[in-house]
Design a protein around this ligand. Structure first.
Ligand code: GLC
Length: 458
């Protein structure tokens, strides 16, 4: 081979290698944008209890429009009749709905008070609808004028809430309706309306959805983003899902992403799973997860919805989820004037009081793989070299039998809130704990704490 030819081949070879190297690098970069870092979700796993807020223009209508009131029952006629869906359900003309912006003036809105209420309720994080399906943004968005700055209120609600969360040490995140948008042409519409052609959706996706997500991250640096789809075929293809995940990963090293980014196909790269509304799994899940839950039927404020759940019932949901390794994201639908409904505040304070006494059984606790009767919920923790097993009793048990063999030394058996020892007996396979009469007759969830020599299961 002649020397010049050899050099030519060497050169070509060099370029081929360079091409392969750079494309591998590019490819791995793309992958790492999608990739998951479970460490990031540690705070979420420990937090267990968060506040969800649904608030927007729909709140002004309080569940009724022109003499029609949305049913307050679950899935009447096979549909959910949530008040934040009023525009679609009661067919409010778009012009009329948009004109509600001219009335939005929540004079009693006080971010400090909301977040203090969340903190006192024992909640560790806060998630608000930055934009729900109606397309209205609660922040000063440069992407779309359909936002809070174009109302008489003219205050950036998200900015105020974010600084209150920082002040009180709560993590914070935003619900963002990336798929449904009933205001912007091309945004997905409810399933009983005409399906939007995909090329129009693509336009909405590029012009509003992705730019607003980018804006939310760059302006507010959220700890999590709460996307919303459900079990319907959607425009959220794998490509769009991954494009959105990569966007978030590129802009924020810490922001968690929920599974409803694509409910039917969340893939491997989301940070936590989002259950269906008000669904409480009965088994332990390996990935972090949460249940978004309502206090009444509706998420958005509905003045004629009387389905308030009791604080005790909600505490049971919280301990149930804790015992399966998940979180409880409990919603409040603030009123048009910006205040929390009093029934919501009462329940938040009752839950906060319960957690003040029993929070050790919840925060940072992990599940225990042990068969127990219904209405008993277990969690465990190891702290300062001690192993604790928490037994939350959501029914009137006179005694409780647990399969803890004699080989595991039980150092203490106490009522958690009073720190008083209670009697128990053991045989080679079981422990039987006797619950004092006044406790088992008390209808609130009681917690017994066992101090063990070794953790049950890690
Ligand atoms: C459903 C509803 C929506 C609500 C959400 C909360 O997706 O359509 O209105 O925001 O559940 O989990």
């Amino acid at each position: 081979m002649r020397k010049s030819n050899l050099m030519k081949y060497q050169k070509t070879f060099f370029f081929i290698v360079l091409f392969i190297l750079s494309s591998t690098l590019l490819f791995s970069q793309k992958r790492s944008n999608l990739s998951l870092d479970p460490q990031k979700a540690e705070w979420f796993k420990e937090a267990k209890f968060g506040m969800f807020i649904h608030w927007g223009l729909y709140s002004l209508l309080e569940g009724s429009y022109k003499g029609h009131t949305l049913p307050d029952t679950t899935f009447a006629n096979g549909r959910s009749w949530y008040a934040e869906w009023i525009q679609a359900r009661l067919e409010v003309p778009s012009k009329e709905y948009k004109a509600l912006a001219g009335q939005f003036n929540p004079v009693h809105f006080d971010a400090d008070q909301w977040i203090r209420e969340a903190k006192n309720a024992g909640m560790k994080y806060f998630v608000i609808t930055s934009k729900h399906h109606d397309g209205f943004a609660l922040w000063d968005s440069k992407v779309s004028d359909f936002n809070i700055m174009h109302t008489p209120f003219k205050r950036d609600i998200l900015a105020e809430l974010v600084s209150a969360c920082k002040k009180y040490g709560l993590k914070y995140g935003f619900y963002y309706s990336h798929w449904q948008d009933w205001e912007y042409p091309g945004g997905a519409m409810p399933h009983w309306m005409d399906r939007v052609p995909d090329d129009e959706f693509e336009k909405y996706w590029r012009e509003k959805s992705l730019p607003q997500v980018k804006e939310l991250i760059t302006l507010f640096d959220p700890d999590l983003l709460w996307f919303d789809t459900w079990d319907e075929e959607t425009h959220i293809t794998e490509e769009r899902r991954d494009e959105l995940i990569s966007l978030v990963r590129e802009l924020s090293p810490k922001c968690l992403i929920n599974g409803r980014i694509s409910y039917l196909n969340p893939g491997e790269n989301i940070d936590f799973l989002e259950m269906h509304d008000n669904r409480y799994p009965d088994k332990i899940m390996d990935k972090p997860w949460q249940t978004p839950a309502t206090m009444m039927h509706s998420w958005g404020w509905h003045a004629n919805d009387f389905n308030w759940k009791s604080a005790d019932r909600m505490i049971e949901y919280l301990v149930n989820n804790t015992s399966k390794g998940g979180n409880y994201l409990l919603n409040v639908g603030p009123k048009p004037d910006g205040s929390f409904p009093i029934p919501a505040t009462r329940r938040l304070r009752e839950m906060g009081a319960w957690l003040y006494a029993n929070g050790d059984a919840v925060y940072g606790a992990s599940p225990v793989r042990m068969e127990v009767p219904e209405k008993i919920y277990l969690s465990q923790k190891t702290e300062a070299g001690k192993s604790y097993l928490y037994i939350s009793l959501a029914a009137n048990f006179e005694s409780v039998v647990l399969p803890i063999p004699l080989t595991n030394d039980i150092q203490e058996c106490k009522v958690l809130e009073s720190d008083r020892p209670i009697p128990f007996v053991r045989n080679s396979e079981n422990i039987t704990i006797h619950i004092p009469e006044n406790l088992y007759k008390d209808n609130s969830v009681q917690v017994v704490r066992l101090t063990l020599k070794t953790p049950l299961i890690d």
